[in-house]
Write a protein that binds this ligand. Structure first.
Ligand code: HEM
Ligand code: SF4
Length: 566
């Protein structure tokens, strides 16, 4: 688990099938030891030997939070890839120890919201049995490295970014120097021009690319982050050689660890350091550090990259001709093909997004039964592989086009047939005041109402790719800053209230949305969002995207519509 990236690895067991990293014996032993250690800590807490204050840092090391009503366990899903077997294990944990469901998050994690402390050691053991854990899902360390849900599948990518995400996972896990950073640290990585991981909203965003000679290298963005002071990541280097990936990131982290503010939690993220130092000076410091690190010790051996790449080799596809899929126009299946089915680099295959956004549903929630349905479909139709998206949906990455009708029917029967991926009804929402101790306002009921208001497929189609994202407080877990229409929960004289932001963009051309106007009451929000959408529909030029209409008409026009009396 630790530092394999700087020493050769020899997995004890060859991958049962390609496409997924498998733990080796060292990884397994480490996780088992950590579970045993935590079991002892929980015992001591339950018997009163440890106070909550003493126990807190120990539980957070294992992803266990104390929320409004119960303990919450956050489980890492490295680069959002799961096996069918792992998803089935998560379903079992949800059924046995939670209320029969789990919540997929924007960080490609899974959260269980109703956990009893005494059960947590058994839960962690059950996770360990399928090579999973909750380590580094909290605390001021490098968190789960996130990536494109279509990694290895999308035709527009130059490599499978999970190869490098896995290298970064091994490098960062329990890295002694970076376990107590000034603040948490989030890295996202993609390998194409289409950014499905919002890399410019991360402390470090990495884009894998190739040069004219065909060699692999990385473009690096630093200092992005949402929350109280949102910033977009700025490019610190256009090219880092593949062999220097660890050295370069180590240099960035060292500068941050040394100079990041530890006196003020609101100013502790690397985005504030970069903002206060300025890009030029920051880059200079990183370059200086990088020059000193670029030696043999941090050299990423091509043999190690090749070894890890082997774990992510494509599954054994059938040799198929590109097939057209028959669907009766106007049916739910036809619409689903348009919205939820993406192109695959392998002829005859498609990537299926399973929407966790049914009209009136809670974004990102899946019942244990539903997880089992998806796990079974993965085993039958997708080489046992499932992905989690940052937009809180699931993906079956390799489905034969000829099987799409059967997959849709099975999903639909399980309440997973919503044909709305990438539409205005594909709402991202954080847990908000229903669960979260930091929330100002609820986000879930509003997300449910908005999903009902925008449930009509024809209207979704007319509206296009306008996005709604909601956060229950300024921490912005629900990504509202990078939504076309963001909804932010605020406290207005002790009452739940909401502000709208307009014009955010999560792509490589990222933009942070602007506040539209004063906060409004819960019952006013859905109408306000509809007014924004209606104005866009009424005034857009043919083919014009939301942010362009907004820029052309000006924010004042939208403000006037929303806040007009009566
Ligand atoms: C329910 C318990 C949660 C707590 C206590 C919590 C706490 C926080 C805090 C304090 C921040 C701001 C940190 C900073 O800027 O330094 C934050 C940001 C964030 N959290 Fe959460 N969060 C929770 C759940 C979630 C969930 C469920 C998601 C995904 C749906 C999530 C994803 C994020 C993201 C994406 C950010 C902002 C991005 C950034 O790091 O700049 N969090 N969270
Ligand atoms: S945005 Fe605020 S309310 Fe929502 S989960 Fe994050 S900390 Fe909680």
């Amino acid at each position: 688990m630790t530092h394999h990236a700087t020493q050769p690895t020899a997995p004890a067991n060859a991958p049962a099938h390609a496409g997924i990293y498998r733990y080796d014996a060292v990884d397994r032993q480490f996780v088992a030891e950590r579970v045993a250690q935590f079991r002892d800590q929980v015992q001591r807490r339950l018997s009163g030997v440890l106070s909550e204050e003493e126990f807190r840092p120990l539980r957070l090391m294992n992803g266990l939070y104390l929320q409004l009503h119960a303990y919450m366990l956050r489980i890492a899903i490295p680069y959002g890839t799961l096996t069918g077997q792992q998803l089935r294990a998560l379903a079992g944990i949800g059924r046995r120890y939670d209320k029969g469901y789990g919540h997929f998050t924007t960080r490609q994690n899974l959260q269980f919201n109703w956990i009893r402390l005494e059960d947590t050691p058994d839960i962690l053991e059950a996770l360990g049995a399928v090579d999973m854990h909750a380590i580094q899902t909290s605390g001021n360390c490098i968190r789960n490295v996130t990536t494109d849900q279509f990694a290895g599948v999308a035709a527009d990518a130059v490599a499978d970014p999970r190869v490098y995400a896995e290298i970064l996972r091994q490098w960062s896990t329990l890295h002694p120097e970076f376990t107590f950073l000034p603040r948490k640290f989030k890295i996202a990585i993609i390998a194409g021009d289409h950014d499905r991981a919002v890399i410019r909203a991360h402390d470090v965003g990495v884009k894998v690319k190739t040069n004219e000679a065909g060699a692999i290298g990385f473009e690096v963005y630093v200092g992005g982050g949402l929350g109280r002071s949102p910033f977009l990541g700025q490019k610190t280097r256009d090219w880092v050689d593949e062999q220097d990936l660890i050295a370069y990131l180590e240099a960035v982290l060292r500068v941050y660890n040394r100079l990041g503010r530890r006196d003020n939690i609101y100013k502790a993220r690397i985005k504030i350091l970069l903002h206060q130092t300025g890009l030029a000076k920051f880059t200079e410091m990183v370059e200086e550090e990088f020059a000193s690190l670029r030696g043999p010790r941090y050299h990423l051996d091509p043999a190690i990259v090749a070894e890890i790449r082997r774990h992510f080799a494509p599954p054994p596809y059938d040799d198929l001709a590109e097939t057209a899929v028959d669907a009766v126009p106007g049916t739910a299946f036809a619409r689903w093909l348009e919205t939820n089915v993406a192109a695959h680099r392998q002829p005859g295959y498609a990537a299926v997004t399973v929407s966790l956004k049914p009209a009136g549903g809670i974004p990102g929630d899946a019942t244990s039964d539903q997880m089992e349905v998806v796990a079974d479909l993965a085993d039958r139709f997708s080489f046992g592989e499932v992905r989690v998206t940052h937009a809180q949906n699931l993906v079956l990455p390799h489905v034969r086009r000829a099987d799409l009708a059967e997959v849709f029917a099975a999903l639909d029967a399980a309440g997973l047939g919503a044909a709305n991926v990438g539409t205005i009804a594909d709402i991202i929402a954080c847990p908000g005041l229903d669960y979260c101790s930091l929330a100002n306002a609820r986000s879930i009921p509003l997300a449910q109402e908005l999903s009902r208001r925008f449930a009509d497929p024809e209207r979704q189609k007319a509206i296009g790719d306008v996005s709604i994202k909601m956060s229950g407080c300024i921490n912005a877990c629900g990504h509202h800053h990078v939504a076309s229409i963001g909804v932010l929960g605020v406290d207005k004289h002790g009452k739940e209230a909401y502000q709208l932001t307009l014009g955010g963009d999560p792509t490589l051309n990222a933009a942070i949305g602007d506040l539209l106007g004063p906060a409004m009451a819960e019952e006013e929000v859905a109408d306000a969002v509809e007014k924004v959408v209606d104005l866009y529909l009424a005034r857009r030029e043919p083919g014009e995207r939301f942010n362009d209409t907004l820029a052309r008409l000006g924010r004042a026009a939208f403000k006037e519509t929303v806040y007009a009396a009566g």
